[in-house]
Design a protein around this ligand. Sequence first.
Ligand SMILES: NC(=O)c1ccc[n+]([C@@H]2O[C@H](COP(=O)([O-])OP(=O)(O)OC[C@H]3O[C@@H](n4cnc5c(N)ncnc54)[C@H](OP(=O)(O)O)[C@@H]3O)[C@@H](O)[C@H]2O)c1
Length: 227
Amino acid sequence: MSSVLITGANRGIGLELTRQFLKAGDQVFACCRSPEQATELSAIADKNLTLLKLDVTSETDLKTIQKQLLNTPLDIVINSAGVVGPGQELSEMTYADWQRVMQTNVAGPAMLTQALLDNLRAGQDRKLMYLSSGLASIATNTSGGQLVYRASKTAVNSLVKSLSIELADEQFTVAALDPGWVKTDMGGPNATTSAEDSARGLISRIRELTPSESGCFVNYRGESREW
Ligand SMILES: NC(=O)c1ccc[n+]([C@@H]2O[C@H](COP(=O)([O-])OP(=O)(O)OC[C@H]3O[C@@H](n4cnc5c(N)ncnc54)[C@H](OP(=O)(O)O)[C@@H]3O)[C@@H](O)[C@H]2O)c1
């Protein structure tokens, strides 16, 4: 049984990851901004589920969660919380859009990593997982667009690479995971992959990754993505 902490666990991919880890008998610390409004998450009756309040941009929430998890070993931390918009394009983006997206998608996971390192050191697997995106890839960007979101996910990949180097001596496994184009509020109804299939693939990848593959960028099917 693994002990797994997931951000953005109240909907989308984070919720589906939570469901599937619980079904497999793992212990899940499911984080969301508003536990009292997280109806689908709260409806899951499982003794291995703990709900925690976490807005990844809130220093107060981060400090509280650190206290709540003091001396609690964690095997896997999955950074799923993320935002896209609204202002994505060159003609419409504002400072506020940049601030919100970079703070949520990049600073949030980075600060959570700092806060939970000792919990991971006390665990078995030492796995730090970050939901990236195909749009993070500079090498395969042929269309432009979604400037703000793309830049944020490219920054996540940079974070993954640096952490994999810094934490290599301690046998951490750090990875950037592309979940595919997923039918969630973010992916929309035309997306090609269900949240169930994406989460199933992501969990297989997370379980099979080892420290020797740390610093990788892979999709939910296990295919390497170009940086
Ligand atoms: N769906 C796709 O096609 C796709 C493709 C590539 C990558 N991704 C990435 O996969 C991850 C999950 O995406 P998704 O499709 O599940 O998105 P989603 O359905 O829009 O869900 C986003 C989740 O992030 C949470 N969140 C947003 N801001 C937060 C904050 N400041 N603090 C804590 N939680 C916050 C949301 O909570 P609230 O309910 O409180 O807003 C929600 O739980 C994201 O990182 C996304 O960039 C998704």
